[in-house]
Design a protein around this ligand. Structure first.
Ligand code: BV8
Ligand code: ZN
Length: 252
């Protein structure tokens, strides 16, 4: 199959489907300028996930970890959703049942207008106190800018980002919703994820086990490429708008 071409089967199944589910990873935000985790120059090139995205690293060095998330929050705030995010919002609008499951914490799907978004790993714009769970205020977060650990104004506990770290459970309701959407989906798209982090990486396979037609959109083959029905090699910001346009044309 030529580069970033998709099959007529995929287009007609998407056009006919009453329930579609999508899983996205950092790759869908790459064209917005947000570095992925594992690509060259990725977020984990200079740091390993074990050094930053876990509670032990945070308690050992809250300033470093809070600083890393502040850096990532500022990147996310400065970037815009790209045509891939907008294409998924358009697909949601023309499909009766649509669930967007994301591993990303960058808030770009919500900013692109997607509505039914399941944030498996939380959202970088939420920050809360690890002791009393109070949502952090702007001024409490300001301490990070001066190299101090951000602390809760009520109980002076450390403030952490509202994301799921390695070794932490995913939000139960998010997992339940994602699993239900995967089981019910007639078509499942896995977009821009290396599919190495679990339980998220298992969700496209759950959809396949329950009879969904599963397609992957990625610039390279992911860890689950051999198990899906179709692999479309190309940047999601280019593939998705063309794919959704083909689906809309068929539905007219
Ligand atoms: C848990 C939020 C249970 C924070 C993240 C050994 C074996 C198997 C599993 C484990 C194991 N040891 C430990 C585990 C469990 C662990 C895990 O899976 N580890 C992996 C590394 C082996 N999982 C966990 O710990 C999870 N929790 O299991 O708890 C538990 C707990 C307690 C008690 C009992 C049980 C929690 C995992 C959540 C971690 N948090 N993020 C933050 O963002 O800082 S993970 C983070 O990396 C992302 O959220 C995402 O999930 C993950 C993978 O990243 P991707 O999104 O896929 O991005 P990546 O860079 O890897 O790939 C980008 C892809 O895009 C590439 O394929 C590239 O080709 C493609 N691409 C690039 N450009 C484009 C493109 N595609 C299209 N277009 C483009 N333009
Ligand atoms: Zn507190």
């Amino acid at each position: 199959m030529p580069e970033s071409a998709f099959s007529d089967t995929l287009v007609s199944r998407l056009a006919r489907a009453r329930r579609i589910a999508v899983l996205t990873g950092a790759g869908i935000s790459a064209e917005s300028g947000i570095p992925t985790f594992r690509d060259p120059g990725g977020l984990w090139q200079q740091f390993k996930p074990e050094e930053l995205a876990n509670i032990r690293a945070f308690l050992r060095n809250p300033v470093l970890v809070q600083g890393w998330y502040t850096h990532r929050r500022s990147i996310a705030a400065e970037t815009q959703p790209n045509p891939g995010h907008y294409a998924l919002a358009k697909l949601e609008a023309i499909v009766p049942g649509f669930t967007l499951i994301t591993q990303n914490v960058d808030n770009l799907h919500l900013r692109a207008g997607s509505r039914n978004v399941v944030e498996l790993h939380g959202n970088i714009t939420h920050n809360y106190c690890i002791d009393c769970q109070k949502e952090a205020t702007e001024e409490e977060m300001h301490a990070i800018a001066v190299g101090e650990p951000a602390r809760c104004g009520d109980c002076s506990g450390y403030i952490r980002p509202g994301v799921v770290w390695f070794g932490e459970m995913l939000p139960e309701e998010a997992v339940d919703e994602a699993y239900e959407a995967a089981r019910d989906a007639e078509v499942f798209l896995s977009i821009g994820t290396s599919a190495v982090v679990y339980p998220a990486a298992g969700i496209p396979l759950l959809a396949k086990e329950h009879g969904a037609y599963v397609a992957e959109i990625n610039t390279e083959r992911s860890a689950i490429a051999d198990e899906v029905d179709e692999v479309i090699l190309g940047p999601s910001g280019d593939v998705l708008p063309r794919l959704i346009e083909a689906v809309r044309a068929l539905k007219r």
